[in-house]
Write a protein that binds this ligand. Structure first.
Ligand SMILES: *[C@@H]1O[C@H](CO)[C@@H](O)[C@H](O)[C@H]1NC(C)=O
Ligand SMILES: *[C@@H]1O[C@H](CO)[C@@H](O)[C@H](O)[C@H]1NC(C)=O
Ligand SMILES: *[C@@H]1O[C@H](CO)[C@@H](O)[C@H](O)[C@H]1NC(C)=O
Ligand SMILES: *[C@@H]1O[C@H](CO)[C@@H](O)[C@H](O)[C@H]1NC(C)=O
Length: 177
């Protein structure tokens, strides 16, 4: 069953913010607390010059933390991502991603304005060739280092409050899972 479960992650993935954009896993980004990488398309932070997004102060809810945070004041995930960053890209329209380079799920095209339906198919209804292709891609994802994301290997304190970044590569598969 796992390929189905993984696939549903890929197709219905709700962005999870506990991975770090590689471009923001730097000493400079951590010390300034700004994670607003340039968009390749026009070389501006968050693609601002093309109307894709803006670099903005992060606003987080001031609701009290839930019971999943028993270590008050110690858990870096509290008020995420404020421990690490207080300015990030806020994307407009159908743009998405840490630098607004991507389209929201279901949207395609250079301006992310083309809506296309994605259909999740039952793995048991795939042909043998399709099934082999699916599994090959999953396998490839497990063996491909993510270009965009890394994972933290230490706490903010352990990173000496940002001056000693501690991050490791992760696979494309891990990014989704
Ligand atoms: C964001 O963090 C930086 C670095 O600690 C700090 O200088 C700045 O005042 C903070 N900005 C806001 C809006 O809290
Ligand atoms: C994308 O948007 C730009 C700027 O609004 C526009 O000039 C261009 O024609 C659009 N391209 C497509 C393919 O829609
Ligand atoms: C990190 O910040 C904390 C709280 O401001 C401070 O107590 C600690 O000494 C700092 N650690 C380093 C290595 O700068
Ligand atoms: C992490 O991945 C990048 C990009 O693929 C590569 O250049 C780098 O050497 C890798 N680092 C480690 C520690 O494996």
């Amino acid at each position: 069953m796992w390929p189905l479960i993984s696939l549903s992650f890929i197709l219905y993935f709700v962005p999870c913010y506990q991975q770090f954009p590689r471009l923001c896993a730097t000493r400079e980004a951590l010390l300034t607390k700004e994670c607003c990488p340039l968009w390749d398309g026009d070389g501006s932070a968050c693609g601002t010059n093309s109307g894709r997004g803006f670099c903005q102060d992060v606003e987080v809810s001031d609701q009290p933390d839930g019971p999943q945070y028993p270590f008050s004041g110690l858990d870096d995930r509290e008020k995420w991502p404020l421990v690490f960053y207080n300015r990030t890209c806020q994307c407009t329209k159908n743009f998405m991603g840490f630098n607004c380079a991507d389209c929201k799920f279901g949207y395609f095209g250079v301006n992310c304005s083309e809506r296309r339906e994605s259909v999740r198919r039952n793995i048991f209804h795939l042909s043998r060739t399709e099934r082999i292709r699916l599994l090959s891609y999953l396998n490839l994802a497990k063996h491909t280092v993510s270009r965009d994301y890394v994972v933290a290997t230490g706490t903010y304190r352990e990173m000496e409050n940002g001056s000693n970044p501690m991050f490791a590569n992760m696979s494309v598969f891990d990014v989704f899972v």
